[in-house]
Structures are given as C-alpha cells and as structure tokens.
Design a protein around this ligand. Structure first.
Ligand code: UD1
Ligand code: MG
Length: 445
C-alpha cells in the first residue's frame, strides 16, 4: 500500500495571523487543496492529513477526502508523523508538508517509483538553492547523505551548503515505525525534527529536484505572495499554450478552476475567478471582473463586472456594466454603459444600451430598453417582479413599478411612470401633458 501523510497541524507562527497556515488561500484555493489535487494524480492510495491547530477548518476544506489524524500539541514534524502512525497500512509512505503547494504530481510519482525500485529506508527529495536560508541543509559525507541540519542548528560552515531538504520524502513503514520513536528534541527549537530520521539509517536514496520553484515552502505572507505570483503565471501559461490569447499577461489574473476554450481573447487588466467558463471566440476586457460567469461563444465583456451570471452568444456587455445574481443575458443582447442587470432573464437581441437598472425581471426577445429606464423592483419592504414580453419598446427614462406586466409589442412613451399592466400592442403614456405658454420665456428672462 502506498500511504501519504500530509503535515498540516502547525499554526504557521511566521504568518502572524490566526488562520492555520496550510488553509491559507492561494488564488482562492486553500494551500492544502493544491497538495490534495496533486496527490489525486499520483499512485498514493491512502491519505492521512495531520491536523492540530484549528483542525475544524480542515474538516471543512477536505470533507471526506482523507483520514484525519490529530496532533494535540505542535511539538515538531516528527511528532506530527507519530500522530499518523496508527492509520498507516503496510508498505511505504510519502511524507509531505502541507506548505509546499507548488509540488507537482510528476515529482511525487518519481519519488515513489524510486522508492519502489530501490526499496530504501528513505528516499528523499532535495534541491539546490542560491539562497538556502530557512531550509534544512543536506549534509553528505563521501557523496552519501548522512543527516540534515536545520537552519537554527546548523554550524556556520553547514549554512553555506546549498543543497536543501524539500521536506518531501518516501519511507519504508517498518523503518519509520521503529526509528520515529528514537528521535529526541535536543535541538535549538526543542522540537522533534522529522529530518532526524536520517540519523538512524544509512540506507538512503535521494532525487534532486531540477525546478526549484516547486519546492517553495510558505512560511510567511511574503513567501505566500511570491508563490501566488508563480501559481498565477503557471495558470496563464497553461491557458496560452491551450490557445487562449492573453494580452499583457502581467496585468491579468485567472483563478485555478476557471475553464477557457481556445480562441478566446483576454485583454489587459482582467480578473477572472470562481467557476467561470468562457467559450470560443469570446473577448474579455480590457479591465473586466468575472466570477462564476458563463460567457458563451463570441460574447464581449468590456470594462465590466459579471458575477454568477450568463452572457449569451454574441452578446456585448459594457463598457461599465454590472451583471449579477443569476442574470441571464440573451444571445445577441447589447448591454451598454452604466447598465445593471440583476436576477433577470433577457431574451435574444434585446438591448439596454445606456444607464438602466433591470432587476428581478423577465424580458422577452427584441426588446428595447430606452436610456435611463428602470424596473422599480423594491418598495422598501419587498422585491417584486417585472415581466416584459417580446418586441416591447420602453421609451427613455421610464419607471416600471413592479409587480407589473408589459405584454408583447407594447410601447411605453418616454418619461412614463408605469403602475398598471399594459396589454399587447398598446401604447402607454403616464406623464403630465405639456403646456406651452406663448412668449413666456422672453418675459421670464
Ligand atoms: C521543514 C523541514 C526542513 C525543510 C522545510 C521545507 C523539519 C524539521 N524541517 O522546515 O528541513 O527544508 O520543511 O519546506 O521537518 N507541522 C505539523 N506539526 C508540527 C510542526 C509542523 O504538522 O508540530 C507541519 C506544518 O503545518 C507544516 C509542515 O509540518 O505544514 C512543515 O513545518 P514547518 O514549520 O513549515 O517546517 P520548516 O521550518 O519549513
Ligand atoms: Mg515550512
């Protein structure tokens, strides 16, 4: 059996915040979930996550995706592994810290393969860093790894060593179960260091990581921001290689679960998050924010915000539109500047080109919402619905006081405040009649 122990019990004192370190989000997704997602693609068969500080947070994040072991007091990484021992099945165990989210499944698999082939007590993943400060240094004698010197315990000459411990290793369970109890805490931090396992065997293999970025351990908020930037760049690269044209990628952020088809263009300053899906030929940006949006083929969203809503095929949104709360913008719609659409369903080729609010409404095909017209959906106590049929013309600056229904082909005269339903083909005018007073202007001036 191939087991994995993920270490996530620490508080992350250096983060200087209350949230447990391994639960910190990187582009919305908690650090630990990056590791679990990588493990999903490996040969690991059983996953044990060691939790301690604010463990409920992890129960929530990981649900039934793993076995939880509890480390009551955070006495060090070896003590954390001890907490998981009872859950291990015979075989080998991958041990991975919960604070190295960039690790990829290929590396984990090659570490496991090496252990399966060589059957060593320990197979460890190391790497070379120009600035190794903070990491455990790999001490070799005649080329063979003999121990790991932690930053605070390393001698001055050992601190110059650039080969470091990634924190990721695969161990033979029989060896682990014996040796772990021999580890003491006679060190600078008075902690039980997992790295001291190496003191109890010479049967050690190592793999050297060639891409340093993926080992990056997050210990403080600065490191978190560095990793977030790396994750962001990786996501952009993946989309670009898949045929998404991203202009000025330095200014664009796309979150991990966003799906974008080839042939989409993302212009500068765009921020796309949640479970957004963008279909072929769509153009997003410049400067648009999309969250849980579903943008269909060839739609355009310019300088606008779309939350939890759908933009139909070939529709154009913006500049400066706000589409939110389950709004469905129909095929070929034109939603122009300073238009807000909330919780409304619009049919095909409908237009609201300027300065409108459409809330809690159902609007048919081919409707024209004139400049400045609004659905008056709130009376201070409750929200009410506006229903507009097909081919309706709503003149500029009209108020449609909900609940109200305007039927097919009706015409609302500009400047009307409509309080009663309007029937098919009717014209509604609801404004006071104009009076022109002969010569009064001259007299007045
Ligand atoms: C550890 C390694 C170091 C390595 C580095 C790589 C040890 C002693 N040192 O140092 O050699 O270079 O990772 O990133 O292992 N944790 C617990 N319980 C505890 C303590 C820690 O679950 O009692 C968890 C933490 O939540 C964290 C992981 O173990 O996810 C690593 O702990 P951390 O304090 O970050 O160790 P480093 O100082 O980074
Ligand atoms: Mg760390």
């Amino acid at each position: 059996m191939i087991n994995a122990i993920v270490l996530a019990a620490g508080k992350g004192t250096r983060m200087k915040t209350d949230l447990p370190k391994c639960a910190f989000p990187i582009l919305e997704k908690p650090m630990i979930n990056y590791i679990m997602d990588a493990l999903d693609k490996t040969k690991v068969e059983k996953r044990i996550v060691v939790v301690g500080y604010k463990k409920e947070v992890f129960y929530d994040l990981l649900k039934n995706n793993c076995v939880f072991a509890t480390q009551e007091n955070q006495l060090g990484t070896a003590d954390a592994v001890k907490a998981a021992l009872n859950y291990l099945d015979d075989g080998i165990t991958l041990i991975i810290p919960g604070d190295t989210p960039l690790i990829n499944y290929e590396k984990i698999n090659s570490l496991i393969e090496t252990e399966l082939a060589l059957k060593k007590d320990i197979t460890i993943l190391t790497t070379f860093l120009d600035n190794p400060t903070g990491y455990g240094r790999i001490i070799r004698e005649n080329g063979k790894i003999v121990r790991i010197a932690e930053e605070k315990d390393a001698y001055e000459d050992e601190k110059l060593i650039k080969e470091v411990n990634t924190g990721i290793m695969v161990v033979d369970n029989k060896f682990l179960k014996e040796a772990i109890h021999k580890i003491d805490n006679n060190n600078f931090k008075k902690e039980y260091y997992l790295t001291d396992l190496l003191k109890f065997t010479t049967d050690i293999a190592s793999i050297i990581l060639d891409d340093n970025d993926i080992l990056y351990g997050i210990n403080d908020l600065y490191a978190l921001s560095r990793v977030e930037d790396m994750v962001r760049r990786n996501i952009l690269k993946k989309h670009m290689l898949n045929g998404v044209n991203i202009i000025n990628p330095e200014s664009v952020t796309i979150y991990p679960d966003v799906v974008i088809e080839d042939g989409v263009t993302i212009l500068q300053g765009s921020f796309i998050s949640g479970n957004t899906i963008i279909k072929k030929g769509a153009i997003i940006g410049p400067n648009s924010e999309l969250h849980n949006a579903n943008v269909l083929e060839n739609a355009k969203v310019k300088h606008s915000v779309v939350y939890d809503s759908r933009i139909g095929k070939g529709a154009t949104v913006g500049p400066f539109a706000h589409i939110r709360m389950n709004a469905i913008i129909g095929e070929g719609n034109r939603i122009g500047n300073f238009v807000e659409v909330k919780n409304s369903i619009l049919g095909t080729t409908t237009k609201a080109s300027h300065l409108s609010y459409l809330g809690d409404s159902e609007i048919g095909n081919n409707v024209n919402i004139g400049c400045g017209s609004i659905t008056v959906n709130y009376d201070g106590k409750k929200k009410s619905k506006t229903v507009i049929g097909n081919n309706v013309f709503v003149g500029c600056n009209s108020n449609l006081i909900a609940p109200i229904e305007i039927k097919d082909n009706a015409f609302i005269a500009a400047g009307s405040t409509i309080t009663d339903n309007v029937d098919d083909n009717d014209l509604a005018i609801a404004r006071s009649r104009q009076i022109n007073k002969k010569g009064y202007a001259k007299k007045y001036k």
